[in-house]
Design a protein around this ligand. Structure first.
Ligand code: 5AD
Ligand code: SF4
Length: 467
């Protein structure tokens, strides 16, 4: 654990065993995480709870008294990955009834007690919206030596226990959880529950604490982050109001947020992005498909024309704007013509990056029983064509940056090769070599890098100055 990470727990738990919690001093824990940034941050919060109760993190499951496997279930492949990892962990974990194996996260929530059948030595299952109950549930397992199902507890309003972050320049901060949309393919509403937002002041306090412990950048997280406060549960504040408040925090250098939903876009958000110097000019705005018919079957709530309108406004008003997206191919009934429309929007919108997936039917989603899937080999071939197009666009864009100077916030430093690694405001990865005469950079420093090499994985160049 880094010094920064240790000071985080100290700052957030006041260095004490959290009152009323089980004393886990002398115990060790290991957390394995699958899935999205929300899950990564949920793991940080569960680690924070364990560390706040006195347990120590270890990097090897074979040395851990408490093992958490924090799962994702977005596609069938995610389930398979988690189950095979659980198989591996079972083989190496310590023997003894006092040791605990917990399966947390979205697969645990979706499968429920089926997990106990699939992986017989699991002691505890816990859904993403119940993580604040982790420690009492561990106590229940320890005292009764029984299996505990923590996925059936009532959904609390918002779970924001202290996080144990790995240290560095940039930190995740949850501002909103859950999803009220009803996308026909998506399991998230059933695993993460209804949308709820965290009070503004709570978020501001956490970020101020992060800045005091040395962080320079925050990424505000939410399943529909730009829908923050829409239900009136943030005292009337909406997402642009939150951004203005966060931007005002002194010492904070950069603010990012993800994931946004096209339906929750607003002109006010555009205004804040257009003039906010700390708000990075990057939006991850999943379009999913370029066909209105497919979007309608997906129950996305917008048309390609509406998406296009937001994109053209963003490109007009936000200097240096960069757009990334998610795409699904092979959704129920997708025809060749509908897929071609997706290829056309990718060509038109020139996304700076795109994650693309073959549709995977998920139990408990509206589309699960619809069938009418294109043959598997058709979907595989469509995905390949789509990914080729996305890659060729990003290679062309990267090459166009040769010779240009970009600004990065240092996230990692490799002293051996004197390489500073960081991201541009547009979220591109850059490796910048520091001239021999320069001193070592601090994490969180802003550096100027002249781009000399452009490859698929990112950009490389020489640092020419401090920003
Ligand atoms: N099958 C394939 N991809 C999916 N996604 C969500 N659900 C599914 C599914 N059932 C994709 C969407 C979403 C991203 C996080 O994962 O593109 O934006
Ligand atoms: Fe994240 Fe969705 Fe996977 Fe849950 S199912 S971990 S919300 S990507």
């Amino acid at each position: 654990m880094t010094e920064r990470a240790q000071s985080d727990i100290a700052a957030e738990s006041q260095g004490a065993i959290l009152s009323g919690e089980q004393d886990l001093r002398g115990k060790t824990f290991f957390v394995k995480t699958f899935g999205c940034q929300m899950n990564v941050h949920d793991s940080e919060r569960m680690s924070g709870l364990l560390a706040g109760s006195g347990a120590l993190p270890v990097n090897d499951p074979a040395e851990a008294d408490i093992i958490l496997v924090n799962t994702c279930t977005i596609r069938d492949k995610a389930d398979q990955k988690a189950l095979s990892d659980l198989g591996r962990i079972r083989m190496v974990r310590k023997d003894g009834p006092e040791n605990i194996l917990a399966v947390t996260g979205c697969m645990a929530q979706r499968e429920g007690e089926e997990i106990f059948r699939l992986v017989p030595d699991v002691d505890l299952i816990l859904g993403p919206s119940q993580i604040r109950n982790l420690i009492p549930l561990i106590e229940t397992v320890s005292s009764g030596k029984t299996r505990v199902n923590g996925t059936i507890l009532p959904n609390p309003e918002m779970t924001t226990p202290p996080a144990l972050r790995p240290g560095g320049a940039t930190a995740f901060v949850t501002v909103q959880e859950g999803c009220d949309k009803a996308c026909a393919y998506c399991v998230v509403p059933s695993t993460r529950g209804a949308e709820r937002s965290r009070p503004v002041q709570d978020i501001v306090n956490e970020i101020e604490m992060l800045v005091r412990s040395g962080y320079s950048e925050v990424t505000l997280l939410g399943q529909n982050v730009n829908g923050y406060g829409k239900k009136g549960d943030a005292g009337g504040a909406l997402f642009p109001d939150l951004l203005r408040k966060v931007e005002g925090i002194s010492g904070l250098k950069r603010v990012r947020f993800t994931t946004s939903h096209p339906v929750d876009m607003s002109h006010e958000l555009l205004e804040v992005m257009a003039r906010g110097s700390k708000i990075m000019p990057h939006l991850h705005l999943p379009v999913q498909s370029g066909s209105d018919a497919v979007l309608s079957r997906m129950q996305r709530g917008y048309t390609v024309a509406q998406y296009r309108e937001w994109v053209s406004l963003l490109r007009k008003v936000v200097p240096g704007f960069s757009l990334t997206t998610d795409l699904i191919v092979g959704f129920c009934g997708e025809t060749e013509e509908e897929f071609t429309q997706t290829m056309e929007v990718v060509a038109e919108f020139q996304f700076e990056g795109a994650f693309s997936f073959i549709y995977s039917p998920r139990p408990s989603t509206p589309a699960f029983s619809w069938g009418t899937l294109p043959p598997r080999e058709v979907s595989v071939e469509r995905l390949e064509r789509l990914q080729k197009l996305v890659e060729s666009q990003s290679s062309r864009r990267n090459e166009a940056q040769m010779g240009q100077t970009v600004e990065i916030l240092v996230e990692k430093w490799d002293p051996e090769n004197r390489v500073a690694m960081g991201r541009t405001p547009q979220f591109q990865n850059v490796r910048g070599i520091l001239p021999p005469s320069w001193g070592e950079p601090e994490l969180g420093d802003l550096l100027k890098v002249n781009i000399e090499v452009a490859s698929k994985s990112g950009l490389k160049g020489t640092c020419t100055g401090r920003a």
